[in-house]
Design a protein around this ligand. Structure first.
Ligand code: NAD
Ligand code: MG
Length: 402
């Protein structure tokens, strides 16, 4: 068995921490080459102390100085750098075999794309990369020898339930050609699935970040509460599995035990089940096509007892409808949707706008900017930037008119 040399982008986050937990269980299989974080320096130092990476990358110069001091005090020789070019370097270094892409938001795109172009095994948690530049990313991955493994639990489940030849090369054929009718993308429905709609205007940050089944970073937790997370995942599935929008059906399943399903022409439905613990898809991605211990509790179906299903409610959760329409519109629309959502979620987390105003910001950005040019990465990044400016100004004008 050849040891994998791993870079973890976003090492201090929820996915990054879980990744290091799985790696630590298998020192004979994995060696950490580099870790990155934005500004959580103490957490990064602790991870460097445990995993002894060659490199650590942070967001800016101030954080880099703080990190260097902390590492020196502990006698660690990890080399420190900062900024987006440094993220690309640790994702493409010749000795690196595997990159965990677990930065949150569009900030993760450049390094993830660079890793795919450099033929690395890419463990893709950063769904925003596919929303922003799905086509270009999949083209880059299929033109290189990169192995792309979805880490998002739903997409990991779908990957496991697809025919092996198809999942590794989805653009050589189509879902219909391999006998697949639909992808059934499960959704927990988030913390507000049954909340009285009339009280949505009072939703607090603490309520929105408290997911019933999963423990995750703050941005994705708010996305789950608004169901934008499912919308982003529909777009992610479109690109990962070469699916048409109407081949993806969202199924609300509050227990989060079935992580998604694939429905075949002959009536078969293949599902992947498990405890809601991200270490399962992470271990799957790290070891593929083998299976390793992930430290996850075995699923106890008797304790689960029952599994429920219902259709999603887009009146209650307009973000899901916005994502579907951005996907159908194509071009720059998904990039605009994603960027406006990032700005709106940040404003909600900072208590500048209400939860119910998140879709209003996104809707306004889409109606202004969805038709921007989108043929190249540069144009998509420009659409992303314009959407951020627009959403920021929209929020500002809303605030000054209250
Ligand atoms: P998180 O907020 O817990 O962690 C994010 C990581 O990215 C941190 O290490 C942070 O330091 C780093 N980071 C943040 N902004 C950055 C920037 N501008 N530049 C460089 N680094 C930056 O987030 P998370 O929950 O671990 O999610 C990470 C990604 O994985 C997201 O795209 C999310 O949608 C996806 N994902 C997460 C889960 C989950 O269970 N947490 C499940 C599926 C998919
Ligand atoms: Mg998910």
């Amino acid at each position: 068995m050849q040891q994998q040399i791993v870079t973890v982008l976003g090492a201090t986050g929820s996915i990054g921490t879980n990744t290091l937990d799985v790696i630590e269980r298998h020192p004979e299989r994995y060696q950490v080459y580099a870790l990155s974080a934005a500004t959580q320096i103490e957490k990064l130092i602790a991870a460097c102390e445990k995993h002894r990476p060659k490199h650590a990358v942070v967001l800016d110069e101030v954080s880099a100085e703080q990190l260097s001091r902390g590492l020196r005090l502990r006698g660690l020789e990890t080399q420190v750098s900062f900024g987006s070019q440094a993220l690309i370097e640790i994702s493409t270094a010749p000795e690196v075999t595997t990159v965990m892409a677990a930065i949150v938001g569009a900030a993760g795109m450049s390094a993830t794309l660079a890793a795919a172009k450099a033929s690395k095994r890419v463990l893709l948690a950063n769904k925003e990369t596919l929303v922003l530049a799905g086509q270009l990313f999949m083209d880059a991955a299929s033109h290189s020898a990169s192995v792309l493994l979805p880490i998002d639990s739903e997409h990991n489940a779908i990957f496991q339930a697809l025919p092996a030849a198809y999942r590794e090369n989805p653009y050589q054929s189509s879902l219909a050609e391999v006998g697949i009718e639909r992808i059934l993308l499960t959704a927990s429905g988030g913390p507000f699935r049954t909340r009285e709609l009339a009280t949505f205007a009072d939703i607090t940050v603490a309520e929105a970040v408290k997911h019933p089944n999963w423990s995750m970073g703050r941005k994705i937790s708010v996305d789950s509460a608004s169901m934008m997370n499912k919308g982003l995942e529909v777009i992610e599935a479109r690109w990962l599995f070469n699916a048409l929008a109407d081949q993806i059906q969202v199924v609300v399943h509050p227990q989060s035990v079935i992580h998604s399903m694939v429905q075949y022409r002959d009536g078969s439905v293949l599902a992947q089940l498990g405890s809601p613990d991200m270490r399962t898809p992470i271990a799957y991605g790290l070891a593929y096509p083998e299976r390793i211990d992930a430290g996850v509790q075995p699923l106890d179906l008797f304790a689960v007892g029952r599994l429920d299903f219902s259709p999603p409610d887009t009146t209650r959760f307009p973000c899901l409808g916005l994502a579907f329409s951005a996907l159908k519109q194509g071009g720059a629309a998904p990039a605009v949707l994603n960027a406006a959502n990032e700005i709106a979620v940040e404003a909600f987390l900072n208590e500048r706008i209400k939860f119910i105003e998140i879709p209003q910001v996104i809707d306004a950005a889409l109606s202004q900017l969805a038709t921007l040019p989108s043929m190249s990465i540069e144009q998509l990044l420009e659409a992303d930037a314009q959407s951020r400016v627009f959403a920021t100004q929209f929020i500002q004008s809303k605030l000054s008119s209250c």
